[in-house]
Write a protein that binds this ligand. Structure first.
Ligand SMILES: [Zn+2]
Length: 70
């Protein structure tokens, strides 16, 4: 339990969240600016148990973890 799921970006506008059962989960996520360089960050992983989202910068190696919005 507790294994993160992988987020798949079809393109810059559509985000598909694939749950552990293979089904799609509703996702309403807006892209974040990188705190280091200001480039857009993409959500790369989501932990359905903790609600934490891992964001990766598209320009540098920055990775941040944020709790999901309530
Ligand atoms: Zn960056």
């Amino acid at each position: 339990m507790g294994e993160p799921v992988t987020l798949v970006l079809d393109d810059s506008a559509n985000l598909t969240v694939t749950g552990p059962d293979g089904g799609s989960l509703p996702a309403s996520l807006s892209l974040l600016p990188c705190p280091a360089c200001g480039a857009p960050m993409l959500p790369v992983r989501w932990n359905p148990w903790s609600g934490e989202i891992e964001w990766s910068c598209t320009s540098c190696d920055a990775v941040i973890h944020l709790p999901a919005a309530p």
